[in-house]
Design a binder for this molecule. Structure first.
Ligand SMILES: C[S@@+](CC[C@H](N)C(=O)[O-])C[C@H]1O[C@@H](n2cnc3c(N)ncnc32)[C@H](O)[C@@H]1O
Length: 171
């Protein structure tokens, strides 16, 4: 994302919110190498240092600001600081309730024409349910494809709800 904003000539600051403590799927080793990626030392994860080294290696220290915090606390901090992002990209919890809480909290932070994008749409049931539930509640169109969804605060097209399905068709 940092490379893309630079290629487009945008003067962007990317605030990265993460506890860097990992998610249940890391601890439970749901994918190959996921548990090892936590880099547990004396039982404590060291994901943050993997993140930092990636930022430095790709030369994006100038535009990436880490905010090591829970998403809930970070939303409060950003609100108190009066930060209204134009784009929010959510890729944290995959379970329905925390994913829903993140979508709701960060939707409220967005600038009036901002866009909220979420990862893991359709590929994780909890995220899919949370995104669709939220779109229905706020009566905004949701644009979804395998692995991503987007909901815009500004007016875009017909105010209908479109759900992509696993086969890629809209329903
Ligand atoms: C699926 S990983 C994605 C990380 C990153 N977006 C990436 O692509 O490398 C999910 C991340 O969300 C973080 N996370 C999970 N729940 C969180 C919460 N409530 N607040 C902040 N971070 C959380 C975990 O520490 C983990 O690093």
């Amino acid at each position: 994302m940092a490379a893309l904003t630079k290629a487009l000539g945008l003067d962007t600051v990317i605030i990265c919110v993460d506890t860097w403590l990992g998610s249940p799927e890391h601890y439970l080793g749901r994918g190959e190498g996921w548990r090892e990626s936590l880099l547990l030392r004396h039982g404590y994860p060291h994901l943050y240092f993997t993140f930092l080294s990636n930022v430095i290696r790709h030369d994006h220290v100038d535009c990436i600001v880490p905010l090591p915090s829970t998403s809930e606390n970070a939303a409060y901090i950003l609100k108190e600081k009066g930060i209204k992002p134009d784009l929010v990209y959510i890729d944290a919890a995959h379970e329905e309730e925390p994913a829903y809480r993140d979508i709701k909290a960060y939707w409220e932070l967005l600038s009036p024409d901002g866009v909220l994008i979420g990862d893991d749409y359709l590929s994780w049931e909890g995220v899919t349910r949370a995104a669709q539930r939220f779109a229905v509640e706020v009566q905004r169109p949701i644009v979804g494809t395998w692995g991503k969804f987007a909901i815009s605060r500004g007016e875009v097209g017909e105010p209908s709800i479109t759900f992509a399905t696993r086969s890629g068709q809209a329903s």
